[in-house]
Design a protein around this ligand. Structure first.
Ligand SMILES: *[C@@H]1O[C@H](CO)[C@@H](O)[C@H](O)[C@H]1NC(C)=O
Ligand SMILES: *[C@@H]1O[C@H](CO)[C@@H](O)[C@H](O)[C@H]1NC(C)=O
Ligand SMILES: *[C@@H]1O[C@H](CO)[C@@H](O)[C@H](O)[C@H]1NC(C)=O
Ligand SMILES: *[C@@H]1O[C@H](CO)[C@@H](O)[C@H](O)[C@H]1NC(C)=O
Ligand SMILES: *[C@@H]1O[C@H](CO)[C@@H](O)[C@H](O)[C@H]1NC(C)=O
Ligand SMILES: *[C@@H]1O[C@H](CO)[C@@H](O)[C@H](O)[C@H]1NC(C)=O
Ligand SMILES: *[C@@H]1O[C@H](CO)[C@@H](O)[C@H](O)[C@H]1NC(C)=O
Ligand SMILES: *[C@@H]1O[C@H](CO)[C@@H](O)[C@H](O)[C@H]1NC(C)=O
Length: 673
């Protein structure tokens, strides 16, 4: 057989491998450099491939149209193997069948890359709830009008309390002014609501109730943070989504990670699908130091070791019902503006990527039922974006314009104008969401002057820490990129590892505050990390979860298991005689250490259950869900915090019917806050 036949076979195989990797494993931006030349090479070789003497080129062309029945393959060859492995062949029929397979792969790659262009989601209509307060909620609406020359549309929110209780009349809420220039999107704040109360809303124009949403959208206001009781709720956290990756043909609108998430939060009637309830394992030793216990979760996760002291293993309470999921935090890379292909610094393209996600039926199932709060990360702007605190730095203007319209405007208001970082509370639990992109300095500037957050944000974070130190039980700090420096390679320039100075100073302060948990994403892997400080410093934990629906890289492991740097940490000797004054043990421990590493899985999210009802034993139960299955559980025992909170909380104590009376009198709860 000739050299060309072997070369064609080789090119064909290389093409198949590359396309399959691109579509199913890693949608790398290198595709535009590798795939077109490979295809041209293969086409050329296929064209010049030698053909066995018997079959004329003319005949084989007609074969191509109905190849299978036309020619029984020669006995000496195994057609299926020959086609799958694209073995060198002189049969024109087999060559053509191979060509068809390769051409289908070309179509698939084209569909995947250019899908955002031909399905531009210009008509997508949606509404969702964003920030939820004890007395208010933010609502985003997109309602385009397709009549020519119409450039704006007024839509009004109409709302009522649920259950209908007192009257249950629909009330007129804020009016949203949707303009084509703002891509028909607007956000309004519905206020004057009661804490811990369920409401529903629908949309209307000046005359009628609009056909979308078909059923009113429900939400529940957050509890009054001044109540002396603790909290018990769940929220979800993840990051990174691309529709239809890993690729399947003609599934361009699917975001499987959101499908799996919806099945987890609202399981179908089948009890098998129900996520198993995990018993709260509150160890007797939990009081003095924060402690971390791995728990076995469910039959699926049986491989996980149960690291529980035998004493508390026997005292595990019967499976308690899990509290409702109250919101989801999405930590960036919501769109991939530059993967696999960057369409350029173009406002409409950025908006189109957001529209595309909101159009997805998978995402719709989630955002119509769950309030969502966002931050952005580099791919929402551009790979490894460094903002330098200069908004003129392209493509920030166009990228942040789309991010604000679709995601940020519905986040909590910042204390300062025009910032993308923000804070909020759920009962006695506090959150600070960082902006790690806009103000960061270049990773090659002098390390001592390098900043991740910028001065203003850093001082906002410090002032928040001071305020929540004694007023919140758990403090969650949200960073789009990992706080740990244990991830290697690209993470060493893009995550906090590159900002070691600022990180060390911040960590020193975090170690003075009990019950700090950092939430992050970005690495397309899951890890739980423990940070230890010197002496009796409080431990800090980080939980990094991603991707919700995107690639993970097999074989290459980039997480170091512990840092070289160590600290002398002192802890109570638990085996010492409990009647004696407890002796302290001083031990050298790594500054940062991996508690759990789960790299595999295209679809990951963490469900975090916060339980501070017993203020002496506050606890966070984390459940990692990978590809729809609960895979790992971690119990984070918090330290008791004596909260300094004012005692006059209103709302919970007001009977449901009386709230209606107060509403009628115009005594809105906002006035009491
Ligand atoms: C209001 O919406 C209804 C239902 O979609 C529609 O028939 C009507 O024309 C709209 N009215 C105005 C003033 O836009
Ligand atoms: C956490 O609790 C376990 C079980 O009681 C104990 O063995 C371990 O020493 C504790 N760790 C710390 C850091 O207190
Ligand atoms: C933003 O996008 C528009 C096209 O929509 C383009 O003309 C402009 O150059 C881009 N950049 C800036 C900074 O506006
Ligand atoms: C901000 O960036 C723009 C565009 O990159 C540049 O022209 C301008 O000088 C920068 N401004 C400052 C204060 O660095
Ligand atoms: C934010 O900007 C608006 C309008 O420019 C102004 O009215 C308001 O006082 C500003 N708020 C703060 C906190 O600076
Ligand atoms: C938090 O409170 C503790 C105890 O009062 C104090 O030592 C620590 O400095 C405080 N940390 C911050 C950041 O306010
Ligand atoms: C950390 O330890 C490893 C192996 O012990 C060593 O190869 C590496 O150079 C050390 N790194 C630093 C920054 O000290
Ligand atoms: C902890 O206390 C026990 C009992 O007093 C003692 O035997 C043991 O050596 C202590 N452990 C350490 C590390 O000091």
């Amino acid at each position: 057989m000739s050299l060309i036949a072997y070369a064609a076979s080789l090119a064909s195989t290389a093409w198949r491998v590359c396309v399959l990797i691109f579509l199913r494993i890693l949608p790398t931006t290198l595709c535009k450099k590798i795939l077109p030349p490979l295809w041209i090479l293969y086409m050329t070789l296929w064209f010049f491939s030698p053909v066995a003497e018997k079959s004329s080129p003319l005949k084989s062309e007609s074969d191509e149209k109905k190849p299978l029945p036309a020619l029984p393959p020669p006995k000496s060859e195994f057609p299926l193997t020959a086609i799958i492995l694209s073995l060198p062949t002189k049969s024109r029929t087999l060559q053509n069948l191979n060509f068809i397979v390769n051409a289908l792969l070309l179509l698939a790659a084209t569909e995947f890359v250019f899908y955002p262009f031909y399905d531009d989601a210009a008509d997508v209509t949606f509404t969702r709830v964003g920030a939820v307060y004890p007395d208010a909620a933010k609502i985003v609406v997109r309602y385009p009008i397709n009549t020519p020359n119409v450039t704006d549309n007024l839509v009004q929110v109409s709302w009522r309390q649920v259950p209908n209780g007192f009257e249950g009349q629909w009330q007129d809420g804020p009016v949203l002014s949707l303009a084509s220039e703002r891509d028909w999107v607007d956000t309004a704040k519905l206020d004057g609501l009661w804490p811990s109360t369920t409401y529903e809303y629908r949309l209307k124009n000046t005359t009628d109730v609009l056909p979308y949403p078909e059923h009113p959208i429900r939400f529940k206001t957050f509890p009054d943070p001044r109540l002396p009781t603790g909290s018990h709720f769940r929220f979800l956290v993840s990051s990174c989504t691309t529709p239809n990756f890993p690729y399947s043909p003609l599934q361009g609108r699917r975001i499987k990670g959101f499908d799996l998430l919806a099945d987890y939060v609202w399981p179908a009637a089948s009890p098998v699908a129900q996520p198993s309830s995990t018993a709260a394992a509150s160890g007797p030793e939990a009081a003095a130091t924060p402690n971390v216990t791995e728990e076995a979760s469910s039959p699926e996760a049986a491989a996980e070791p149960v690291i529980l002291p035998s004493a508390s293993a026997s005292s595990v309470a019967p499976a308690a019902p899990r509290p409702p999921v109250e919101f989801m935090m999405f930590l960036g890379d919501f769109i991939y503006a530059d993967v696999p292909f960057y369409f350029g610094d173009n406002q409409n393209m950025y908006r189109q990527f957001y529209r595309r996600n909101y159009q997805s039926p998978s995402f719709r199932k989630v955002y119509e039922r769950l309030p969502m709060f966002h931050t952005y990360d580099d791919h929402d702007i551009k790979n490894n974006y460094v903002g330098l605190g200069n908004d003129s730095n392209p493509p920030f203007q166009n990228a942040s314009n789309a991010y604000r319209l679709y995601n940020h405007d519905a986040n909590y208001d910042g204390n300062l104008n025009d910032t993308h970082y923000y804070e909020f509370r759920y009962g006695d639990v506090a959150f600070f969401v960082m902006d790690t992109r806009r103000y960061r300095s270049g990773p090659h500037d002098d390390v001592s002057s390098r900043t991740m957050l910028g001065d203003k944000q850093l001082s906002a974070l410090h002032s928040w820490l001071g305020r929540v130190n004694g007023t919140a039980t758990f403090k969650f700090i949200v960073s789009s990129v990992p706080f740990t420096s244990l991830w290697q390679m690209d993470a060493q320039i893009d995550s906090w590892a590159a900002y070691a100075h600022e990180k060390a100073a911040l960590l020193d302060v975090l170690h003075t505050v009990p019950n700090v948990v950092v939430l992050s994403g970005d690495r397309h892997e899951f890890a739980a990390i423990e940070f230890m400080g010197p002496g009796r410093a409080h431990r800090v934990l980080e939980v990094s979860t991603s991707p919700l629906s995107m690639f993970w890289i097999p074989l290459v492991r980039t997480l170091k298991l512990e840092s070289n740097e160590t600290v002398l940490h002192s802890r109570v000797n638990t085996s010492a005689d409990p009647l004696q004054e407890k002796a302290m043990i001083l031990e050298e421990v790594p500054r940062e250490k991996v508690l759990k590493y789960v790299p595999e899985g295209n679809y990951k999210f963490s469900a975090i259950e916060v339980d501070t009802r017993d203020l002496k034993h506050p606890v966070v139960h984390l459940e990692l869900v990978v590809d729809g299955k609960p895979t790992y559980n971690l119990a984070i025992q918090g330290e008791p915090v004596s909260l300094q909170t004012p005692t006059t909380a209103l709302g919970i104590t007001v009977p449901q019917t009386f709230k209606g009376v107060l509403d009628k009198l115009g005594l809105l709860p906002t006035r009491w806050f």
